[in-house]
Each structure stands twice: as C-alpha cells, then as structure tokens.
Design a protein around this ligand. Structure first.
Ligand code: AMP
Ligand code: MG
Length: 331
C-alpha cells in the first residue's frame, strides 16, 4: 500500500529514493518519478501498464532546468513559455542528452512543462535542491482508463500496483486540480508549431501568442503513437455513450432496459425510467472540465449498466472536453 500524505518532505524523499509520487497538478494528478533515474522510469510504465513506446511528459520547476534539457530554445517556445508557464501547456522540443532514453521512449524530442499548482511547483523546486528536479509524470491512472483528479481516484486506480515506499499526495481544497483536463501540447520542433493535443489553453490563445495560425494534428512524420492521441483513451470500464439531446429523447426507454443507467444532461429529458438516475451537468466549460474525470471515476464504481452524457455544446471553450469525450466513448 502506498503512503497517503500531504507532507511535501515525504514526497520529495520518495522521489529522491527513486520511488513514485502521485501528486496534484492544475491539470490532473501525475504519477511522478525522477526522470534521470532509470528504475523510477521503468516503474512508472509498469505501474500504469503503459506501453514503453509512449513517452512521458517532464515536469520542471523553472526555465533554467528546461534549457539544461533541450537542444534549442527559439522564439516560438520562448514566447509561449513567457505567456503560459507556469501553467497547463506542454512543449515538445529537441532532446539534449540529459534525460534517459526510456523516459522519452527513445525519441529525439522531449515533452516539458512547468506546472503552476502550488504543491507541484514546491515539490519540483525542493527536489531540484537535493536531486535532479526533473519529474517524469503521466496521468496517475491505469493506461487507457479515466485520468484522476483526486487522491481517492488515484488509490482506486493504482493502489494495487504501487508499494509502501511510494506516495499518494492527499487531496485537500488546497490541492485541487484547478482545470481537471490534461495540458495543451504544442510541438515546437518544426518551423510552424502544431497542437498535438487540445487542452485548457485554447488554439486561439496559442495563435495570438506566437502571431501565426497553428494546425491541430499529428507530428510531421505522423507515425509517432502519442498516448493522448490514440483513439481510445480516458475510458470508463462501464459502457459509456455520448448522445445528442434528440437521440436521448428518442431512445431513452430502450437504453434503460438493460439495467441501471446514469444520464448527465444539460436539459432535463421529458421521459424517465425506473432504471434511470439523471443529474444536471455543469453548464460552463471550466466547471464541466473540472468535474469530468471525478464524475466518470465515481460513476465507474457504481455498478451501472450504462453511462450516458448529453453531448456538450460546440465552441472553442468546449474543444478539449469534446476531444476527451470522443476518446472516452470509443473503447
Ligand atoms: P500523457 O502522459 O498520456 O498525458 O500524454 C503524453 C503526451 O505527451 C503524448 O500524448 C505526446 O503527445 C506527448 N509527448 C510526451 N513525450 C514526448 C516526446 N518525447 N516527444 C514527443 N511528444 C511527447
Ligand atoms: Mg493519461
């Protein structure tokens, strides 16, 4: 059993010993280990059940550390870092030779961010005084399943895979994940930066920061298999559907026939069913994003036959949410 603690010192001690720490960030909980320690990196892959060809995002306390890791630092990344760091933006840059090959899955690139969450940032700063200060951290959940945004969901997902020398940082109002969705990833290794994963920071914000339009898609070679970009991800174990209002109205009775059904709606359906529990979903994108993963994790433990979410509105604010729902429903 991993230790549940809110002590910064215990978290840092674990990192220094090459153990793992599940810690809050402003996006989701990360499963962190010292990026310069091969053993720690190996365990992250093992505990998550993550294929070894899927590179990890590195979390660092400051720009000085970023510049030690990467080969080039040019205008686009410099503008983006100035505007969005610390914060929910990950930059893909050319890898120097500081970081172990297993952390970057043998790629010539690294994914880096400086998180803004107070616990994460303090942890990284202190760890840089006594260790590398570089923490590789994918989301703290089993591979392919729903990301976690609180300590309880991390425990449910990973406690059987972590051991007593690992740490889960306890949730408290202070340790909330402010956004609840993964970072926006921007590839800066080419002349025209590209968004590899939509996230809290919007495309329009990236564009106005660097003063040019950016594409959303895969990297130039298109071959690299990115975790956040494979079609099934973020999925609950329970059968899960995202449906329009009209589809719900039309099919609700039939959908509920199979057993206990949960519906997260924006507008209450006219019909109901004995098997149905329906709740209103948050109407703003920030609040919906904050609640999405904890809602899915919670629903996934209720022994339901089916989870239905009403399709969210369109519009840039909802892009990251729609992206995650699209992948979550395609298990
Ligand atoms: P995840 O940790 O599953 O939230 O996703 C990590 C994401 O970071 C992946 O989807 C990749 O797009 C990106 N990434 C991580 N490491 C690298 C790397 N070394 N080179 C390029 N992209 C990376
Ligand atoms: Mg993940």
């Amino acid at each position: 059993m991993p230790k549940l603690t809110s002590e910064l010192s215990l978290a840092i001690e674990s990192l220094q010993k090459g153990k793992l720490v599940a810690f809050p960030t402003e996006t989701v909980f990360g499963l962190g280990g010292d990026a310069t320690n091969q053993e720690a990196i190996k365990r992250i892959f093992k505990v998550k059940g993550r294929p070894s060809n899927r590179p990890l995002i590195l979390h660092v306390p400051n720009l000085e550390t970023v510049k030690k890791i990467v080969l080039d630092w040019s205008l686009n990344e410099s503008k983006l870092a100035k505007k969005f760091w610390p914060g929910p933006l990950t930059l893909i840059l050319k890898n120097g030779n500081l970081i172990s090959q297993s952390a970057v899955a043998g790629k010539k690139t690294v994914a880096i961010r400086i998180p803004s969450h107070p616990f994460a940032l303090s942890m990284l700063r202190s760890f840089s005084e006594i260790g590398s200060g570089i923490v590789a951290a994918p989301s703290a959940n089993r591979f392919g399943y729903v990301s976690t945004t609180n300590a309880r969901d991390v425990e449910f997902s990973l406690q059987n895979y972590l051991d007593e020398t690992d740490v889960i940082v306890n949730s408290s109002p202070r340790n909330n994940c402010q956004f609840g969705l993964e970072s926006t990833i921007v590839d800066c290794t080419t002349n025209s930066p590209k968004i590899l994963r939509v996230g809290v920071i919007k495309k329009s914000e990236i564009e106005s920061c660097i003063g040019k339009t950016v594409d959303v898609g895969l990297t130039e070679d298109g071959k690299i298999d990115y975790p956040g970009t494979c079609s099934s991800h973020y999925s609950p174990k329970t059968k899960f559907k995202v449906m329009t209002r009209a589809q719900i109205e039309l099919n609700l009775s039939k959908l509920c026939e199979g057993g206990k059904t949960f519906l997260w709606y924006f507008q209450k359906p006219v019909k109901t069913s004995q098997n149905l529990t329906a709740e209103v979903a948050p109407s703003t994108a920030p609040e919906y994003g904050r609640q999405l993963y904890s809602k899915l994790n919670n629903l996934d433990r209720r022994g339901l036959n089916l989870i239905i979410f009403e399709e969210p509105p369109t519009g840039e604010d909802w892009n990251a949410i729609c992206d995650r729902l699209e992948k979550a429903k395609s298990r």
